[in-house]
Design a protein around this ligand. Structure first.
Ligand code: 5GP
Length: 218
């Protein structure tokens, strides 16, 4: 697949955006997120969490795994843009990398839950695009969690139980995708990103461009 042009679509500078993806665990959000980062020039926000690292996860890549005391200290120092307790663990988005990315006109992808989404939307509505990913069925969600085989049976049961209350938040999102086919969901997601990148409000270079257009005699 051809990579997207950088944040100067048609040579016109624009502000970066935050693309938030939420879904119950197992709906395929992680794969979608990583593909977007790889192929569409977006940066992935690496969250801090107090949960146990899974065998396949790398500290500093998938999450920064930290102790509860350190999490609380970061939060109290105002270093987290948002934070939430999910499945009995703390998760949060470090603020600084986000501010740096947006200032540089880069886009950032967040894989966070509905509680965090609400906080970011409240603080930065203009810069945020929210997408909720639904599984095609509850049976498929369960099957995907079991196939992943990285969590204990008790953890899987807890995640399935929580999935229902997460799905109930779908109305709070700008876009909702059903991930029955990964390629199609990915194409839809890239369409959303492309369109949002072209929004007039984000294209700060348009004012100068239009001024110079109109200043040209015909
Ligand atoms: P997991 O433990 O499966 O990696 O993630 C569990 C849930 O926590 C997922 O729904 C994920 O989106 C959410 N999550 C991950 N990082 C953050 C974060 O920084 N903030 C919030 N609010 N939720 C997060």
């Amino acid at each position: 697949m051809t990579p997207e042009p950088p944040s100067t679509d048609q040579g016109i500078a624009r502000r970066g955006l935050i693309l938030i993806l939420s879904s119950p665990s197992g709906a395929g959000k992680t794969t979608l997120t990583r593909n977007i980062v790889r192929e569409h020039q977006a940066l992935l926000s690496v969250s801090v969490t107090t949960r146990q690292r899974r065998p396949s996860e790398i500290d500093g890549v998938h999450y920064r795994f930290i102790e509860v005391d350190d999490f609380v200290a970061m939060r109290d120092r105002g270093e987290l843009l948002e934070w939430a307790e999910v499945h009995g663990n703390y998760y949060g988005t470090p603020r600084k990398p986000v501010e740096q990315a947006l200032a540089a006109g880069a886009d950032m992808i967040f894989d966070i839950d509905w509680q965090g989404t609400r906080q970011v939307v409240e603080k930065m509505r203009e810069d945020v695009v929210t997408v909720f990913i639904l599984p095609p069925s509850m049976a498929e969600l369960k099957a995907r969690l079991e196939r992943r085989a990285e969590d204990s049976a008790a953890t899987i049961a807890k995640r399935l139980e929580n999935a229902r209350s997460e799905i109930e938040r779908w109305l709070e999102y700008d876009y909702v995708l059903v991930n029955d086919d990964l390629d199609r969901a990915y194409n839809d997601l890239t369409a959303i990103l492309r369109a949002e990148r072209l929004k007039r409000q984000r294209r700060i270079g348009l004012t100068d461009f239009v001024r110079s257009l109109l200043a040209t005699s015909t």
